[in-house]
Design a protein. Sequence first.
Length: 129
Amino acid sequence: MLHNPYKAILLAEANLSCLQRSQSYVIQSTSHQMNKGGCCMKNAVPEDVLREIFQKRLKRRNLNDETYLKLKKMILTGKLKNGRRLVQEEISHSFDVSRTVVRYALLQLRRDKLIVTKYKRGAFVSHDG
């Protein structure tokens, strides 16, 4: 509680002026579109226009599967010869994906017996294309 009545009056006046400013803001902003946070956006694109432009969701690419299929195709067509060493850094750089994606693709290729992994040596193509 405030012991000084003068401070109480000043505080009440400040609260009243804040309330009046927020009410006038709400009245002014009704002509503009509001975003999710309740803030006014003067140059917002109307919702119906956005729905017309973006009719369906954009399809996300599955980089794991794409990388796996590219490498598999390269092995089966003979672009990657039997015994060729597969270096994760080179593959990730040439396909423009992360090394994690390449590791996942190499695991799948190993399950398909298209490559073999040798301890402390790396992955090697084991299929004659």
